[in-house]
Design a protein around this ligand. Structure first.
Ligand SMILES: C[S@@+](CC[C@H](N)C(=O)[O-])C[C@H]1O[C@@H](n2cnc3c(N)ncnc32)[C@H](O)[C@@H]1O
Length: 216
């Protein structure tokens, strides 16, 4: 079987157990995730996908915000999904988790009303970003909403400089389109409309932007 190529949550697999602690002390994590969820307008019985769910912090918050929504998380890394499974069990929540090959989102077209994703796209090379945005477009229903939180190009040179810490860690190739502020354009190119940066967060690793887009 072909080995999956991906950048783990904290760059090295052996750091994955520390991910939740690290992100909670270095980033305004809960605030970013709350704002993302409030922009996603998740409604009862809507079908939601968390793309690159990692340890499922955002997935759990989304389910808690709308308990009747049907929530699914996918990630390429089976190890991080084990951690996510434990957290979901502790919270006694009904969330479906799935690992996948990193190429084809394993769902039929029009399967989801909402797709959310936090801090994933800077882990993907530009061609993979394009492939995954096309896949997300395919599995999203008409009138669906996409909400992505990820690093983007800041107007502040301080924030742009700080983003080099993440670039050095996760790789200059996978972060290139983020640093150049190309993510919104790439989302439009995948077929989404009304693409807009809703909120910008200054962080110690550069600017995180919340981008919303619609499938009309
Ligand atoms: C920085 S973590 C973010 C995790 C989670 N979304 C959060 O906000 O806490 C990046 C995640 O992207 C996942 N990832 C990396 N490459 C991926 C790919 N090609 N498809 C889906 N997930 C991927 C990693 O396994 C990791 O869980």
């Amino acid at each position: 079987m072909e080995e999956k190529q991906f950048i783990p949550a904290l760059r090295f697999k052996w750091l994955t157990p520390l991910y939740d602690f690290f992100i909670s002390i270095t980033m305004p994590e809960k605030k970013i995730k709350q704002v993302l969820i409030s922009n996603a307008n998740i409604y009862a019985y809507s079908k939601l996908l968390d793309f690159g769910c990692g340890t499922a912090t955002l997935t759990i918050m989304a389910k808690q915000s709308s308990p009747e929504a049907k929530v699914t998380g996918i990630d390429i890394d089976t190890e991080i999904l084990d951690k996510a499974t434990k957290k979901i069990k502790e919270e006694k929540l009904d969330i479906f988790l799935l690992d996948y090959d990193g190429k084809h989102v394993p769902f039929q077209r029009n399967a989801f009303d909402r797709v959310i994703s936090c801090l994933v796209f800077h882990h993907l090379d530009t061609d993979i970003k394009q492939t995954m945005l096309a896949e997300i477009f395919r599995v999203m229903n008409k009138d669906g909403l996409l909400l992505i939180a990820d690093f983007g190009r800041s107007k502040s040179w301080v924030q742009r400089t700080l983003f080099n810490i993440i670039r050095g860690l996760d790789g200059f190739k996978s972060t290139d389109a983020n640093a150049r502020g190309l993510l919104p354009e790439m989302i439009s190119d995948a077929g989404f409309e009304n693409v807009a940066i809703k909120t910008r967060f200054k962080t110690m690793f550069g600017e995180v932007q919340i981008i919303s887009a619609e499938k009309i």
